[in-house]
Design a binder for this molecule. Structure first.
Ligand code: AMP
Ligand code: MN
Ligand code: MN
Ligand code: MN
Length: 286
């Protein structure tokens, strides 16, 4: 094991400012208790929690990198691109994220209409009860409503039965382009990271295209150790990181004590042969 990789970094999680259930302050406290040394809050399409998270990290004695997770449409699929270590006040980044969030309310109304057709009334209002940021209604909030009403036993069941492609509450949506998302992050001084690559339903050719175009537009890292990878998937994407000369990131993708199976700070270390993303961001750590 390479000493530079032995760092309990958790560079992917969500607060009430997107679809998590804890505040930035409670997450910072939980991260410290979980042994995290370097932390980033990465709310979906939103940097509204960054100043709170950085201040909370300072109080807890944690090193901090700014973060976000941008929704992108690539080859007809939704891909998530994490940004780390950018200037959270950068106007172009903020405008880009605002535009990306923009369609969420209309999409949510259409999702509720789809659910109404299969006899689930009031889903829009129901989901809104779980929303912390009115700009950021997500499928997760619908999932919490359907669990709360007893229609499903957990959020996984909701996604399987109602919220994924072909299911009654699924509404196709066009998010940011890969080029723009990477451009906003790097233009604000940050590093772009492919989030949880094993989650996408790409053919090998499409996946190769994603990694190639990601590099072409200035992307520099990929999540290798994440709450959504099996040990085998971590091995595969470690090899992809080497093949594409990308740095590697590590993050739990923690959303909620009741829903997330991977808690802050509990993942294995990054494999020693990989370049940790924090090496590219030394001067951005707060
Ligand atoms: P949205 O951005 O509104 O499309 O919502 C995407 C979010 O839904 C992701 O960030 C996850 O938090 C959550 N999600 C996606 N798939 C699942 C799943 N199978 N089970 C639980 N949560 C999921
Ligand atoms: Mn989420
Ligand atoms: Mn994601
Ligand atoms: Mn996430």
């Amino acid at each position: 094991m390479n000493a530079r990789n032995i760092l309990n970094a958790d560079l992917h999680c969500h607060s009430v400012i997107s679809d998590g259930t804890l505040t930035p302050e409670d997450l910072a406290d939980r991260a410290r208790r979980g042994g995290v040394q370097l932390w980033a809050l990465t709310d979906h399409d939103e940097v509204g929690g960054q100043h709170r998270a950085a201040a909370a990290a300072r109080e807890q004695g944690l090193s901090y990198l700014t973060g976000t997770e941008i929704s992108v449409t690539f080859a007809g699929e939704t891909v998530h691109i994490v940004g780390l270590g950018f200037d959270a006040d950068d106007p172009t980044l903020r405008q880009g994220l605002q535009a990306t969030r923009g369609g969420r309310s209309q999409r949510a109304l259409e999702m509720a209409a789809g659910l109404a057709q299969v006899g689930i009334a009031g889903a829009y209002e129901g989901a809104l009860q779980f929303v912390g940021n009115p700009d950021l209604i997500s499928r997760t909030h619908f999932a919490r409503f359907l669990v709360d009403t007893g229609i499903c036993k957990d959020t996984n069941e909701v996604f399987r039965r109602f919220l994924t492609e072909g299911k009654p509450g699924f509404v196709p949506h066009r998010w940011a382009t890969l080029r723009n998302a990477i451009g906003w992050i790097t233009g604000a001084g940050g590093v772009a990271v492919i989030a949880h690559p094993a989650r996408y339903k790409f053919t090998p050719n499409e996946e190769y295209a994603l990694f190639t175009e990601f590099k072409l537009h200035g992307g520099q890292a990929v999540e290798v150790i994440t709450g959504s990878h099996s040990a085998q998937e971590a091995l595969k994407y470690g090899e992809m990181a080497v093949e594409f000369n990308l740095a590697a990131s590590r993050g739990s993708d923690f959303h909620s004590p009741d829903e997330s199976h991977t808690d802050l700070g509990t993942l294995p270390y990054l494999p020693g042969e990989l370049t940790p993303v924090w090496e590219l961001l030394e001067d951005r750590i707060q």
